[in-house]
Design a protein around this ligand. Structure first.
Ligand code: IPM
Ligand code: MG
Length: 370
């Protein structure tokens, strides 16, 4: 048996804790049946961390996260922290961990599960079989650009500034990730920006084109303006394979793509850094959904996005594609068998709790494992 890998859990707030518990069960199952065992440790992030020590991400937690082989995050935020100063808000913890771990490539797949295609707000034919991968730049752009702030001018009026900023290496490294992933999929990349109005868009387009010509001319590259992309996503979503875009456009477009699937509670994500000299890569995996404070603590949240995030972890951090496929197959089978959590409930299906769903995935894994 290979040596233990260290998984660092950051359940965060709201339903984060509940869905993470189901992932633990899956990790234990894999430890028993797979070729690799895992050590699980845990820390605080978001509002839970703020309540405990006045900051949404402590230096100790950050250090533990950087030491781990992979980080699994639940969700952060909730109305309880609405009045907390912005630098201490739960979201600030999330932004800091992304930045400090240099997780520049955020992979957000939008995959429509056959059993759930009817739940989409679009017509069945437009979305059935949909499989898009959004690669969002995650550590730069307007989220982090300086200067920023709100100032009061001499006449008493106020002025707010955010700075959209990209360097060519920042664009190139995320574009490279997108091209590499496209090679393993359907060989097509849409690069999305606003080069008609923004300097960062002009630079984005030219850096992506140069990289394409130099190293990835086997991939079909299409440039698209971000507003048009939003429209095309709801018009004919299946025209897309991989979309690569900046931090802010990626935030917007990934929510839009998520809704195409009709089930936000199903979508995983991976945030990846570069590979260091020792072949090690910083990585954090989290569901796309939020902390859902309205249903937290009731045991009814959907754990599948979190479980599928762990599948991405197996694939991208541990090169365990076979096991990742098995997790995804188990999820498909559970859905096909008619079990649903409340968020994806349909007529004639059977509603189960968070734990019920986790256990159903384990039963399917047992079957698949023969
Ligand atoms: C996301 C979220 C975050 C973001 C928030 C919670 C800071 O919307 O991961 O998409 O804007 O990046
Ligand atoms: Mg978002």
């Amino acid at each position: 048996m290979t040596s233990n890998k260290n998984l660092y859990f950051l359940p965060g707030d709201g339903i984060g804790k509940e869905v993470m518990d189901e992932v633990r069960t899956i990790v234990n199952w894999l430890g028993k049946h797979g070729s690799l065992t895992f050590d699980m440790t845990e820390g605080l992030i978001g509002g839970a961390a703020y309540d405990a020590h006045g900051s949404a991400l402590s230096d100790e937690t950050l250090a533990d996260a950087m030491d781990a082989d992979a980080v699994l995050l639940g969700a952060v935020g909730g109305p309880k922290w609405d009045d907390v100063a912005r630098q201490h808000r739960p979201e600030a913890g999330l932004l800091r961990i992304r930045k400090e771990m240099d997780l520049f490539a955020n992979l957000r797949p939008a995959v429509v599960f056959d059993a759930l295609a009817e739940g989409s707000s679009l017509k069945f034919d437009l979305v059935s079989g949909l499989d898009i991968l959004i690669v969002r730049e995650l550590t730069s752009g307007v989220y982090f650009g300086e200067p920023r702030g709100i100032e009061t001018l001499a006449d008493g009026t106020r002025r707010a500034i955010d700075t959209q900023l990209y360097t060519s290496p920042e664009i190139e490294r995320v574009a490279r990730v997108a091209f590499e992933l496209a090679r393993k999929r359907n060989n097509q990349v849409h690069s999305v920006e606003k080069s008609n109005v923004m300097e960062t868009g002009v630079l984005w387009r030219s850096v992506v084109s140069e990289l394409h010509t130099a190293e990835y001319s086997d991939i079909k590259l299409l440039h698209m303006l971000a507003d048009n992309c939003a429209m095309q996503l709801v018009r004919t979503p299946k025209q897309f394979d991989v979309i690569v875009t900046d931090n802010l456009f990626g935030d917007l477009l990934s929510d839009c793509a998520a809704m195409l699937t009709g089930s936000l509670g199903m979508l995983p994500s991976a945030s990846l850094g570069g590979v260091d000299d020792a072949g090690r890569r910083m990585a954090l995996y989290e569901p796309v959904h939020g902390s859902a404070p309205d249903i937290a603590g009731q045991g009814i949240a959907n754990p599948l996005a979190c479980i599928l995030s762990f599948a991405m972890c197996l694939r991208y951090s541990f090169d365990m594609g076979k096991e990742a496929d098995m997790m995804e197959q188990a999820v498909q089978n559970v859905l096909a068998s008619g079990l649903r959590t409340g968020d994806i409930m349909q007529d004639g299906k059977t509603q189960v709790s968070t734990t019920g769903m986790g256990q159903a995935v384990i039963s399917e894994l047992d079957k698949l494992n023969g």
